[in-house]
Write a protein that binds this ligand. Sequence first.
Ligand SMILES: NC(=O)c1ccc[n+]([C@@H]2O[C@H](COP(=O)([O-])OP(=O)(O)OC[C@H]3O[C@@H](n4cnc5c(N)ncnc54)[C@H](O)[C@@H]3O)[C@@H](O)[C@H]2O)c1
Length: 248
Amino acid sequence: MRLKDKVALITGGAGGMGAAEARLFAQEGAAVMVSDVNVEGGKKVVAEIAKKGGKAAFVEHDVTSEAEWKAAIAETERRFGRLEILVNNAGIFVTSIIEKTPEEEWDRLMDINGKGVFFGVKHAIPAMRRVGGGSIVNISSTAGIVGSTLEGAYTATKGAVRLFTKSAALQGAKDGIRVNSVHPGVIDTEMLAPLLTDKFRKFLLQRVPLGRLGTAEEVAKVVLFLASDDASYVTGAEFVVDGGDMAK
Ligand SMILES: NC(=O)c1ccc[n+]([C@@H]2O[C@H](COP(=O)([O-])OP(=O)(O)OC[C@H]3O[C@@H](n4cnc5c(N)ncnc54)[C@H](O)[C@@H]3O)[C@@H](O)[C@H]2O)c1
């Protein structure tokens, strides 16, 4: 078991990649605090994990609220004794042409995808320092590495996460806290579902050298590696999980 007796908090754990990470982490021996604004979905993931003999709990948590971040970390420590792994996974996606993007949409994307990660790192560092170190995995995107004709504000948030991760890695290193970013490409989750018309799916598939969309489980396996001691010398790094898209 690669996370035996570790304690992890996963934001946005009610669905998509966050839920896949929660299931895999529990299977690998971690106690998992699933956090999300989606209470029903989050509790369902926890119940599934418990049914398979895993250890998990749910906390309602909006990542844009600093007070809720403090409460989520405190609840993780209360339930499971400590915090060693944080996956900053919660996020939203909006396709928008820059000149048609309203200010409120920019702010909402920045709040959830950007500020949410900032708060997470800010409050996880002292908690991890208390237990001698830890691992933080920030979920960015390939849209945090290259520009996009379809997304403007979203790319800005994911680019911010990419570089913020490197600063956090530098600041966490002396305390044994590793911080890395993961950059999924086109992954088949609820986030993309409303956009996946046959035509758009075909367009996306042409883009991906491996010729198919990725799965949440394929991303979760990379996140697991970074969360585990197998990645003990890996920090400040970025991992692309995109079927080869960024190789072009
Ligand atoms: N699906 C993709 O193709 C893709 C590609 C690259 C990056 N990503 C990133 O991966 C992460 C997970 O995406 P997904 O595809 O699993 O999406 P998803 O929509 O399936 O899941 C996202 C989860 O985040 C939660 N969430 C949204 N706002 C929140 C908030 N304010 N506080 C707490 N939780 C909140 C949602 O309730 C949901 O459960 C996101 O950060 C996303 O930007 C996704």
